[in-house]
Design a protein around this ligand. Structure first.
Ligand code: G1P
Length: 310
């Protein structure tokens, strides 16, 4: 008898319909996913991460004011011919490489802001009955092996839903989905519960969900029957909690650094860290940063004459 080949992940869903209110006014008419980390927008990093994990079908759950994202992954004929004509080969490559020939982009509108669970449900027709990845672009990841590739590797063994988690301070559990479970091998946990944004004293642990998921297509049935949860929204976390009653779900402690680019401070940290390693700007930028740190330190330690006035 033939052994059944393990299924692979070929589709990633990017929910991008959010309003980005934490970044207003910049997000009034532009998508927050187009915020640049040095010279590439957040959504491009997210798509590159999926591509590096072998995923070729990218499904964007989009909304009003998000047109720039479709344009970013489309061919820019005028721009490309100008770059070609002026022999700017490197720039031309950087523009063309955004969408490799074997990558397919699909778009579906989420026409009402009913929550992350609802956004995923909007992708059902495009996903069909295959297991799929979900990437939240504002959770920006820097890792030696891209985080989604780490998860797809786990999926090949498990063939079950896998949710990326990291440890957070207990005071922050109300910002995340929080999971509990027991370790089955280093970094991998069999999930026993998941709850959306519990208060620090109610949280079952400090293991927080970050924006990388692999989900079996059974999640769609759960989401269809899902009542609005915290914040009046249809929560993906609640759908996963129901899925957990029917099938095994795992959480995975990924290796790498996650920047919360949904917050100003997380975004700024990401920009600075990436700039410090960027081939074009790292050297002058790091030097400037060092000088700045030194002059701030000198200013802070300089005696203040006001302190000597009796
Ligand atoms: C969403 C999810 C939450 C998860 C978080 C990760 O929350 O609902 O479970 O922990 O993303 O970034 P949001 O940040 O959209 O409020």
């Amino acid at each position: 008898m033939h052994k059944k080949l393990p299924r692979s992940i070929t589709k990633a869903v990017f929910p991008i319909a959010g309003l980005g209110t934490r970044f207003l006014p910049v997000t009034k008419a532009s998508p927050k996913e187009m915020l640049p980390i040095v010279d590439k927008p957040l959504i491009q990093y997210a798509v590159e991460e999926a591509y590096a994990a072998g995923i070729r079908q990218m499904i964007f759950v989009t909304g009003r004011t998000k047109r720039a994202i479709e344009d970013h992954f489309d061919t820019a004929y005028e721009l490309e011919s100008v770059l070609e004509y002026s022999h700017k080969q490197q720039l031309l490559e950087s523009v063309r490489n955004i969408t490799p020939d074997d990558m397919h982009c699909m778009y579906v509108r989420q026409n009402r802001a009913l929550g992350l669970g609802h956004a995923i449900l909007c992708a059902e027709k495009l996903v069909g009955n295959s297991d799929f990845a979900v990437i939240l672009a504002d959770d920006f990841m820097v890792a030696e092996q891209p985080v989604m590739a780490q998860m797809v590797e786990q999926y090949h063994q498990l063939q079950k839903s896998i949710i990326a988690v990291q440890d957070v301070p207990r005071s922050q559990t109300n910002l995340y989905g929080i999971v509990s479970g027991s370790e089955v091998k280093p970094g991998l946990f069999g999930m026993s519960s998941i709850v959306e944004k519990p208060s620090p004293n109610e949280a079952p642990s400090t293991m927080a969900v970050v924006g990388r998921y692999i989900l079996t297509s059974a999640i769609f049935d759960e989401l269809k029957n899902q009542q609005p949860g915290i914040g009046g929204e249809i929560q993906l976390t609640d759908g996963i909690a129901n899925l957990l009653r029917k099938e095994q779900v795992f959480s995975y402690h990924f290796s790498g650094t996650r920047y919360d680019c949904g917050s100003k401070i997380g975004y700024l940290k990401a920009v600075v860290d990436v700039a410090c390693n960027h081939p074009e700007v790292s050297e002058p930028f790091s030097r400037w940063l060092e000088n700045k740190a030194q002059s701030t330190h000198t200013q802070a330690t300089k005696p203040n004459p006001a302190n000597y006035i009796a």
